[in-house]
Design a protein around this ligand. Structure first.
Ligand code: MN
Length: 195
C-alpha cells in the first residue's frame, strides 16, 4: 500500500501548487527534518521527518519548545512526499489545508539509538532523535501516548536534557520568519501569483 495515497486523494494538483508526489525516490544521505508553520483554520506547526522515502508528519498546535519541562502535543497527520519539505506558499480556498505555509525550520535529523532502527522506533511509538535545524537543535523525543499501535493516537514532542536545552528561549515567538525566504506567515498572502 502506497503511504502517499491519502495525501494524493486529499488534493487537486490542478488547483494547488503543493508538490505532486514524484515517481522516483529522492536519494539522500542525511534524513530531512522540517518544521512548517501553517496558517489554516488554526495556526499550527507541521513537523516532518524523512523515513522510508516519505515525510512522517505531525501537527503541533502550539509549536515546539526548547524547554524539557514542556510536553508539546503532536497529532499525527498523513505521510507527505519528500518534495513537500521545502514547500512554501498558498494553498487555495476549497483545497485541503487551505491557507498559508512557510518553512519555519529545516535541517537534518538522526536516530540517537543504535539498538533500534528508526522504522522500529516509529512503530513502537518512541523516536529518540537528534535534530540539527537552524532554530531547533539537540535531542528530542517523540512519544506516542497509549500502548496500542494506532494511527489516531496522540504523540508528544519533548526536548531532552542536553546542552541545547534552554528554558528561556522561545523561538516560536522570537523567530517567526521562514528560514528559506525570511518571510513571516502574514507576508505570504500578498503572493497570489504562482511561484
Ligand atoms: Mn498543516
Amino acid at each position: 500500500m502506497n503511504s502517499l495515497k491519502e495525501y494524493k486523494e486529499k488534493r487537486n494538483f490542478r488547483k494547488t501548487t503543493e508538490p505532486k508526489p514524484a515517481l522516483k525516490k529522492l536519494k539522500s544521505t542525511n534524513l530531512i527534518y522540517v518544521m512548517q508553520k501553517h496558517k489554516a483554520t488554526n495556526l499550527h506547526y507541521d513537523l516532518r521527518l524523512e523515513l522510508n522515502g516519505v515525510l512522517k508528519s505531525w501537527a503541533i498546535p502550539k509549536g515546539p519548545s526548547t524547554d524539557p519541562s514542556q510536553k508539546k502535543l503532536a497529532v499525527p497527520t498523513e505521510d507527505h512526499p519528500i518534495d513537500y519539505a521545502f514547500f512554501e506558499g498558498l494553498i487555495p480556498e476549497g483545497e485541503y489545508g487551505a491557507g498559508t505555509v512557510i518553512v519555519w525550520d529545516k535541517g537534518t535529523y538522526r536516530n540517537l539509538k543504535d539498538n533500534i532502527s528508526l522504522e522500529e522506533a516509529y512503530d513502537k511509538g518512541k523516536l529518540e532523535i537528534f535534530i540539527e535545524g537552524e532554530k531547533l537543535k539537540g535531542a528530542y523525543v517523540l512519544l506516542r501516548t497509549g500502548k496500542e499501535q494506532a494511527d489516531d493516537k496522540l504523540w508528544l514532542l519533548i526536548k531532552m536534557k542536553d546542552k541545547y536545552a534552554d528554558t528561556r528561549r522561545n523561538p516560536v515567538k522570537t523567530e517567526p520568519e521562514s528560514v528559506i525566504s525570511g518571510k513571516k506567515i502574514e507576508d505570504i498572502k500578498e503572493d497570489t501569483s504562482d511561484p
